[in-house]
Design a protein around this ligand. Structure first.
Ligand SMILES: CC(C)(COP(=O)(O)OP(=O)(O)OC[C@H]1O[C@@H](n2cnc3c(N)ncnc32)[C@H](O)[C@@H]1OP(=O)(O)O)[C@@H](O)C(=O)NCCC(=O)NCCS
Length: 175
């Protein structure tokens, strides 16, 4: 995958070691964390950001990107490739700081990265969404992901309420 992807409203660029404070400034928000898995901490500290950067900047390039808007880090997006019997597939995820919502930025970013990941050889991208996260489901639909199913009583939200999950996938070649 290319190391920088330019869209209409944002740029996807590799994380840099000095991004920790900028990540915290947008990620440390309950409304951002609310329907992310617990791998995304809340509260989100600079130590959490440094741990994330260590993970995101090692291994293969072109998997995890900062979403930049007008030169400022606004969120993150990435693909975590599966291995073994699921090789060729990957988990797809993204988030944006609250100040950036509602401007089509996540749709732009998700389209850029999913196009690029599928062009570069992955055959299947998967995303699981907390069912109440209507905006995220819509982002995926607009980027060519299809709803594959509803996983009932799958997640506990941050207040320990049960939620269904919606499983979406986008394939490089649809059968
Ligand atoms: C989900 C998220 C990425 C959406 O980002 P965004 O940049 O605001 O999304 P977009 O502006 O591209 O909008 C996508 C679509 O959702 C719709 N939408 C946005 N908020 C909505 C809401 N609360 N209810 C219903 N639809 C909504 C938009 O209208 C748009 O659809 P349209 O073009 O058909 O009108 C952002 O809210 C976010 O980062 N949330 C916290 C982290 C998160 O939940 N990440 C995803 C985990 S699966």
């Amino acid at each position: 995958m290319t190391s920088v992807l330019d869209g209409r409203s944002c740029r996807l660029r590799p994380y840099r070691p000095d991004d920790a404070a900028a990540i915290c400034a947008v990620a440390d928000d309950f409304m951002v964390a609310r329907w992310m898995t617990r791998a995304f901490p809340h509260p989100y500290t600079e130590a959490d950001a440094r741990r994330w950067l260590a993970h995101a900047t090692t291994g293969a390039r072109g998997r995890f990107f900062a979403i930049e808007v007008d030169g400022v880090l606004a969120g993150g997006i990435g693909v975590e490739p599966f291995s073994g019997e699921r090789s060729g597939g990957g988990a797809f995820g993204y988030w944006l700081g609250r100040a950036y919502w509602g401007r089509g930025i996540a749709t732009d970013a998700a389209r850029l990265l999913s196009d690029s990941a599928l062009r570069s050889g992955l055959r299947r991208l998967e995303a699981r969404v907390f069912a109440p996260n209507v905006a995220s489901a819509r982002v995926l639909e607009k980027c060519g992901f299809e709803l594959e199913g509803r996983l009932r009583a799958y997640y506990l939200d941050r207040d320990d309420n049960l939620c269904d999950a919606l499983q979406f996938a986008r394939l490089s070649v649809l059968k």
